[in-house]
Design a protein around this ligand. Structure first.
Ligand SMILES: [Zn+2]
Ligand SMILES: [Zn+2]
Ligand SMILES: [Zn+2]
Length: 92
């Protein structure tokens, strides 16, 4: 029955890679390529505004700087990472 084992292993390996990529995605803003822990590229150039750069979480589970995704959705109303329709997650 080793024929059945092989495809299972391949799926597991693929999943591990996908999980690793997901980790990278949420810690780096895919739009400006800066860390989500730091202000967006626009705010970094403006003294005093760095503390007012919030993160925006989508319902798809991806996060971007609010300023970056705000500009992005004006041209494409889709998440830049997964291409699902962008919907901002409401804060509690
Ligand atoms: Zn950004
Ligand atoms: Zn910003
Ligand atoms: Zn997404």
């Amino acid at each position: 029955m080793s024929k059945e084992d092989k495809p299972t292993f391949e799926i597991k390996a693929w999943h591990a890679v996908a999980t690793w990529e997901y980790d990278i995605d949420v810690s780096t803003c895919a739009i400006c390529q800066h860390s989500c822990m730091e202000p967006c590229i626009e705010c970094q150039g403006k003294a005093g505004s760095a503390s007012r750069c919030p993160l925006a979480w989508g319902e798809c589970g991806h996060a971007f700087h609010f300023h970056c995704i705000d500009q992005w959705v004006k041209s494409k109303p889709k998440c830049p990472l997964c291409m699902q329709q962008w919907k901002m997650k409401d804060k509690e």
